[in-house]
Design a protein around this ligand. Structure first.
Ligand SMILES: Nc1ncnc2c1ncn2[C@@H]1O[C@H](COP(=O)(O)OP(=O)(O)OP(=O)(O)O)[C@@H](O)[C@H]1O
Ligand SMILES: [Mg+2]
Length: 261
């Protein structure tokens, strides 16, 4: 069993002992004791994250103050908004698309030039800003549902750093890459209470997001199970099922982790 399998749990597997969950929550980090619960929804484009985030917030918010926070950037709806920005929009969104499609392939061996690196770094700062907003809410007792979650394990898309700090570039760009990597490490160190991983096959994803590129979706689907999110608890949900079933399964998991609708 690999490291990132250790805390994983499959729907339908034996139920987690709730005392053990409480103990693990307390043991992980003292600062987590003061934070309201946070559910992170991850999954390939078209897996239903945004739809589920919206519905979970309206259900959970009936009892306890709950908000959703979008923590992605790049190839989702946020990416399409970036593409519409004047001046930098085209360049940045093309770079993001390229990064995502080249990740893992080793084709793009060097770091980009300063302008692109600064744009990437700026986007990561925007993500960190939203991450900090979410933390502030959690400190105030507001439950959070995140649409995506940052990870520090894989650069070049997949909600990780945009710049690969292992690659060579100009000294300033290498510095930005190292800084960006450390920003992602800091964010990933705050584990959500539970990560809901919405699994879909590529045909389902494409049927729901017809304008997306099949190869890119296939890559995302392949990468997703390899990310451990710093050892956070991950529960797999089969998101190819009818939406009502996906919502009901997710609510049942959240209930087990102390979030009530
Ligand atoms: N279980 C489901 N069954 C059928 N349709 C679904 C299901 N879940 C979501 N959808 C539909 O699929 C489409 C894509 O869903 P959504 O935008 O929530 O995906 P996403 O994971 O947020 O994608 P992205 O990463 O691109 O933002 C929406 O039209 C949504 O209504
Ligand atoms: Mg979405």
């Amino acid at each position: 069993m690999t490291k990132h399998h250790t805390r994983r749990e499959l729907i339908g597997a034996s139920p987690i002992n709730s005392e053990l969950v409480d103990y693990l929550n307390q043991a992980r980090s003292p600062s987590h004791n003061q934070l309201a619960p946070c559910v992170a929804l991850i999954g390939c484009d078209g897996s239903g994250k945004s739809t589920l985030a919206r519905d979970l917030v309206s259900l959970l918010n009936r009892n306890i103050n709950t908000r959703s926070v979008y923590l992605g950037l790049g190839t989702g709806d946020f990416g399409r908004r970036i593409a519409k920005l004047p001046l930098v929009g085209g360049v940045v969104s093309r770079f993001l698309q390229n990064k995502a499609s080249k990740a893992h392939e080793g084709r793009d061996k060097r770091l980009p030039g300063l302008a692109t690196a600064l744009a990437m770094f700026g986007l990561s700062l925007t993500r960190r800003h939203r991450f900090r907003e979410a933390l502030k809410y959690r400190k105030k007792g507001v439950q959070i549902v995140t649409d995506r979650y940052p990870q520090a394990e894989l650069a070049g898309g997949f909600d990780g750093p945009g710049l690969n700090s292992a690659r060579k570039g100009s000294p300033l760009v290498e510095y930005l890459a190292r800084r960006e990597q450390s920003i992602y490490r800091q964010m990933a160190a705050y584990q959500p209470t539970v990560i809901i991983r919405l699994n879909v096959d590529v045909d389902t994803a494409l049927a729901r997001k017809a304008d997306h590129e099949r190869a890119l979706l296939e890559k995302k689907i392949a990468v997703l199970p390899t990310l451990s999110f710093a050892g956070a608890r991950i529960v797999d949900i089969d998101a190819t099922r009818p939406y009502g079933d996906v919502l009901a399964s997710t609510l049942a998991v959240l209930q087990r982790f102390g979030l009530r609708a």
